[in-house]
Design a protein around this ligand. Structure first.
Ligand code: AMP
Length: 217
């Protein structure tokens, strides 16, 4: 049985009035509904400029790199809700059975997305972190290589898996994750990213499946 998407929302008048008036402090009240219910009621998807919630940090972690910092988006309840709901909307047609979230910022977006879409979740971790039997895949870094791993029994064989990360740059990390999913006997249903760095053409490294990205730079 699939778990229900929303806890039924009790709708006392003061809740509806506050939502209609766009008062953010509704979220700090003793409110028993969930963010999906608020999003549907106040329609932030159609109006929000999500890019305004990404902080650009020049020359981090090294000179010449502009780091796209998502912590400012995470700190804003409306932006966070908007990002998760938008990814859910774009990825629903891919009909995944599971989400694979890439360590570590892929966990931040992948888990609430799995919850929102009523899917299971599996963490894709750096080498040596997962306790049970794993598959592993190497990928190129600027200098050298790194390794990602997945539990061999993370997914039911033959399932469709949506791969999620905060950002796609060169595409190496996401491509290695796609190989891991295939090693488990599953199919990559697609990819979901909050941010895509277009100039690096990361999507060229990925298999020919749909790719959703909310913000392009
Ligand atoms: P890549 O394998 O080159 O696509 O790199 C993707 C991973 O590196 C993601 O997990 C991102 O979190 C991180 N990353 C790469 N470039 C940036 C950037 N400019 N700003 C923030 N994170 C980045």
């Amino acid at each position: 049985m699939r778990c229900p998407k929303s806890i039924p929302l009790a709708k006392p008048d003061w809740v509806l009035t506050a939502i209609r008036n766009g008062q953010d402090e509704i979220l700090s009240l003793p409110f028993r509904g969930n963010l999906s219910s608020i999003a549907e009621t106040s329609s932030p998807r159609s109006t929000m400029d999500l890019k305004a919630h990404i902080r650009d940090i020049p020359d981090f972690p090294k000179p010449g790199i502009t780091f796209r910092d998502i912590t400012t988006l995470l700190a804003n309840s409306q932006a966070l809700c908007h990002a998760i709901e938008s990814l859910a909307e774009q990825c629903a047609p891919l009909q995944p059975d599971y989400i694979a979230g890439i360590e570590s910022r892929g966990f931040i977006f992948g888990m609430p997305l799995a919850y929102t879409m009523n899917l299971g979740f599996a963490p894709i971790r750096k080498s040596g972190k997962l306790p049970a039997a794993t598959h592993s895949a190497e990928y190129e870094l600027e200098y050298g290589t790194d390794k990602l791993e997945v539990h061999q029994d993370a997914f039911e064989s033959g399932s469709r898996v949506l791969i999620v990360d905060d950002l796609i740059a060169t595409g190496g990390t996401a491509a290695a994750t796609a190989r891991l999913v295939e090693m488990t006997g599953c199919e990559v249903a697609g990819f979901g990213f909050v941010i895509e760095l277009l100039a690096l053409e990361g999507r060229k490294k990925l298999p020919q499946v749909p790719i959703a990205s909310l913000l392009q730079y």
